[in-house]
Design a protein around this ligand. Structure first.
Ligand code: C5P
Length: 266
C-alpha cells in the first residue's frame, strides 16, 4: 500500500465543450445485519462521523459531482436529512465537506435495486451522467470517482471500478444446511476475475432503461446493463474503496482514516 493512496485531488475529469452534468445516487437504506446489532449500517460512526457522511463527502470531493441523492431507510428520511444538514459546511473546506454540491434525501425500498430506482426517480432532468455509490464504501478516493466519470464522458455507457482478486474463487453447490460441506462445481481462472466496487458510472438513459427492464434481483447496477446487452467497462479500483460489511471492516476503515490524518499532518 503506497503512502500517497489517500484521496488527493489530482486532475478532475476534463469538461467536454457541452459539459455533461453528473449526479450521484447513494443507496443507504440497508440494515447491515452482517455488522451486528445497532443502527442502520450507513449511520454507524467511523471515527465519530456517520459512514454515510464520509460517503457523501467522498463523492462531493469530485468537482464534477454537483448533486448527491441519498436514499435513506424507508422510515428514516427526516433523520438522515437532519444528519446531513448538521454535517454540511456551506462553502466547503479543503479537507472535503460537500461545499457547493447539492444533496437530496429520499426514502428507500426493500432491496438495494429498489432503493437505487427510487433515487433515480428523484433526479432532476438536467443530469446526463449518474454514479451509483454504496454508502457502505465510505472511503473511496476522489481519483477513483473521477476516473469513473471520465470513462463515461469518453463514451462508455457503463463503467465499474474493480481490482484483481487475491483469493482463488470456487463456484459451489450451496449446502442446504449452513456449515455442511459444499461440492465444488468450478474454479474460474483468477487472472480473468475482478472484484467490483462503486461508484459505478452510467450514461443516465442506459441506467434508467436497465432499471425499467431488468427485474431479476442483482447485486450491482452494471449487471443490469450487461443483461440488456450493453457494454460495461472496468477501470482500476482502489483498495480504500472496500465495502464495510463485517465488524473487522470497521477497524480497517478507522485505520485508513487514522493514516490519512497522519499524512495530512494533523
Ligand atoms: O447489503 P449490501 O452491503 O450489498 O448493500 C449495499 C448498499 O445498498 C448499502 O449502501 C446499503 O445501505 C444499500 N441498500 C439499500 N436498500 C436496501 C438494501 C441495501 O439502499 N434495501
Amino acid at each position: 500500500m503506497s503512502d500517497d493512496s489517500r484521496p488527493s485531488r489530482t486532475e478532475p475529469p476534463t469538461e467536454p465543450r457541452t459539459a455533461l452534468r453528473t449526479a450521484a445516487v447513494i443507496p443507504a437504506a440497508g440494515r447491515g445485519v452482517r455488522l451486528g446489532p445497532g443502527a442502520p449500517k450507513a449511520l454507524r460512526a467511523l471515527n465519530g462521523t456517520p459512514m454515510l457522511v464520509h460517503a457523501v463527502r467522498a463523492l462531493a470531493a469530485s468537482r464534477a459531482v454537483s448533486l448527491v441523492v441519498i436514499v435513506a431507510p424507508p422510515d428514516g428520511a427526516p433523520e438522515v436529512k437532519s444528519l446531513l444538514d448538521a454535517h454540511a459546511l456551506p462553502g466547503g473546506t479543503p479537507g472535503g465537506s460537500w461545499g457547493s454540491t447539492d444533496f437530496l434525501v429520499v426514502p428507500g425500498g426493500e432491496s438495494r435495486q429498489e432503493s437505487v430506482k427510487l433515487g433515480l426517480d428523484a433526479l432532476p432532468p438536467d443530469y446526463d451522467i449518474v454514479l451509483v455509490h454504496d454508502a457502505a464504501r465510505p472511503l473511496v478516493p476522489v481519483d477513483t470517482v473521477d476516473a469513473v466519470i471520465q470513462a463515461v464522458r469518453d463514451g462508455a455507457p457503463a463503467v465499474v471500478p474493480a481490482l484483481p482478486l487475491a483469493d482463488t474463487v470456487k463456484e459451489v453447490e450451496p449446502a442446504a444446511v449452513p456449515g455442511d460441506p459444499e461440492p465444488v462445481v468450478a474454479t474460474p481462472r483468477r487472472a480473468r476475475l475482478r472484484a467490483v466496487q462503486t461508484p459505478q458510472g452510467f450514461d443516465r438513459a442506459t441506467l434508467v432503461r436497465a432499471h425499467e427492464t431488468v427485474t431479476d434481483n442483482v447485486t450491482d447496477d452494471a449487471s443490469m446493463v450487461e443483461q440488456l446487452g450493453g457494454q460495461v467497462v472496468v477501470v482500476p479500483g482502489h483498495e480504500e474503496a472496500f465495502k464495510v460489511t463485517r465488524p473487522l471492516d470497521l477497524v480497517l476503515a478507522e485505520a485508513v482514516l487514522a493514516r490519512r490524518r497522519l499524512n495530512d499532518g494533523f
